[in-house]
Design a protein around this ligand. Structure first.
Ligand SMILES: Nc1ncnc2c1ncn2[C@@H]1O[C@H](COP(=O)(O)OP(=O)(O)OP(=O)(O)O)[C@@H](O)[C@H]1O
Ligand SMILES: [Mg+2]
Length: 480
């Protein structure tokens, strides 16, 4: 269970945050001042700290500094009442993950905590390369002994200890993020922060501000100064995911960061120099993007120097058996079942399938098969693959779920982002609406299947359809 430390001198704030966060399935500890906070921090080693700035005795800012000295990777969200935002901005410079203005609403805080924990997971989960001795239990391994994969391990090993920017390329689900984390963990900056930024998930207009920060009044809505990820990640590593989705104007600025480690905040003239390691990834065809003018050639040439191409799974099918065994082992606890093996026939079926979703799709297929398997061995019938013999039936759920997830993830992140920036708008309901509509479209209006996709009961789905009046937009076929 993930641990979170809440620091606030106001008992009612501690109470409500405690309730909210426990409701999110987190182990919460509470502290009412800086001294307690530092004690608890040492004792619990929380994954995240949520702390008030204004407290009697040591201020949240001072506590933040001390926490960061003890652990540069510590993630801290600061809370501040309106009017003291300048302090909060200073806090960002000291390496706070983010700050939130009081009063805030629950979805806003939830979204922020969710994002911070995601980063914490990315930082913590070690990725081991084959041949290296195990260093911990929570370790993931990059699996595959095919010649291409061996070549990749070699490159990771060569690139990691250097400071060069690595470009990771490959289709969705081929392991780019995994490789990015492996590079980070094997680099000299492994004890410093790792900040992922998914460029595709952040609306174009906000991306630059997210990366570079902005000065107060630099654009409508810029009420305060913002410290961007590049400044925040000073000393550490930034993972720019989906770099192919940036506008050429942003690309030009990124190029400057790559070359000189310099930039200005939006609307600012102060030149900021940072010490950063960049890792970038894309699943786009950059050569094509250059031809149609959406990707800058100069940036491309700069990035291309050290690029690692992750091959699609269909081009290294010999890795499938090894991957399946690895996933069987890894999900044993999750699924709470002793599934030990896979039948030769099932394996044959997996070898025939083209895996458009690559390793991620295989991972999900194995997990699902483990859930529905009757015995200790996965059989061919436990794998229901798209376009396979069993094109109909429960098989479709997984593939639909996967497809839906890939498409919805950016939407979801964008909505979270917006909800943070324009508090008040009921974006969660908007999201729910979009999800339900999509699920109904995917399932051609079949509510039973749509409910499965959405992970909610059919009754809940029904009542939401009523509430949002979705009937008007989607033709619904009732079917049992
Ligand atoms: N070689 C591998 N060995 C073990 N697991 C892998 C391997 N490659 C990918 N995975 C797993 O597959 C899933 C997808 O990988 P990852 O998120 O790194 O893909 P990606 O290339 O970043 O995809 P996208 O472009 O969609 O973001 C993850 O759960 C990852 O752990
Ligand atoms: Mg990725």
């Amino acid at each position: 269970m993930e641990r979170i430390l809440v620091v606030d001198d106001d008992p009612s704030m501690r109470y409500s945050l405690n309730r909210m966060l426990e409701g999110q399935g987190l182990a919460v500890s509470l502290a009412k001042n800086g001294i307690e906070a530092l004690e608890q921090f040492a004792q619990d080693q929380p994954d995240l700290v949520v702390m008030d700035i204004k407290m009697p005795g040591q201020s949240g800012l001072e506590v933040l500094k001390e926490i960061k000295e003890r652990d540069p990777k510590a993630l801290v969200i600061l809370m501040t009442a309106f009017g003291t935002t300048e302090t909060a901005i200073e806090a960002m410079k000291f390496g706070a993950f983010d700050y939130i203005l009081k009063p805030f609403d629950i979805p806003q805080m939830r979204g922020l905590v969710g994002r911070a924990l995601e980063v914490s997971r990315m930082m913590k989960k070690m990725v081991a390369l084959p041949d290296r001795e195990k260093t911990g239990a929570a370790e993931e391994t990059i699996v595959g002994s095919s010649p291409v994969m061996q070549q990749i391990y070699k490159m990771i090993g060569q690139v990691a200890p250097t400071e060069v920017t690595a470009l990771l390329r490959g289709e969705s689900g081929t392991g780019k993020e995994l490789v990015a984390r492996a590079i980070y963990h094997h680099s000299r900056r492994a004890d410093k922060p790792f900040l992922p930024v998914n460029c595709a998930a952040i609306p174009e207009t906000l991306l630059e501000s997210e990366l570079f920060g902005h000065e107060k009044g630099s654009f409508t809505g810029a009420l305060t100064r913002r410290i961007g990820k590049f400044e925040q990640g000073h000393g550490g590593t930034i993972f720019l995911d989906e770099i192919g989705d940036m506008t050429p104007a942003t690309q030009a600025k990124i190029l400057r960061v790559l070359q000189d480690r310099q930039f200005e905040r939006l609307g600012g003239s102060e030149r900021i120099t940072v010490d950063l390691r960049l890792i970038v990834a894309t699943n786009k065809d950059l050569e094509k993007a250059i031809r149609d003018g959406s990707f800058r050639q100069d940036l491309y040439y700069r990035l291309k120097v050290v690029s690692i191409h992750l091959p699609p799974l269909r081009e290294r099918k010999e890795d499938i058996p090894e991957l399946v065994r690895y996933f069987l082992q890894r999900f044993r606890v999750d699924v709470n079942r002793e599934v030990l093996d896979i039948s030769p026939k099932a394996l044959e079926k997996l070898m025939r399938y083209p895996w458009p979703g690559n390793v991620r799709e295989l991972e999900n297929a194995v997990k699902r098969a483990m859930v529905i398997a009757k015995g200790q061995t996965l059989l061919a019938e436990d794998f229901l693959l798209e376009g396979g013999e069993e094109a109909m039936g429960p098989a479709e759920h997984l593939d639909l779920e996967e497809r839906l997830r890939i498409r919805m993830e950016p939407v979801f992140k964008e909505l979270q982002e917006l909800s943070r920036r324009s508090p008040g708008a009921d974006l969660m309901s908007e999201l729910e609406k979009i999800l339900i509509k999509r699920a109904l479209q995917e399932t051609k209006g079949n509510q039973v299947q749509a409910a499965v996709l959405l992970g909610i009961s059919r009754n809940t789905l029904r009542s939401k359809i009523e509430r949002y009046r979705i009937r008007k937009d989607v033709s619904i076929v009732e079917e049992e």
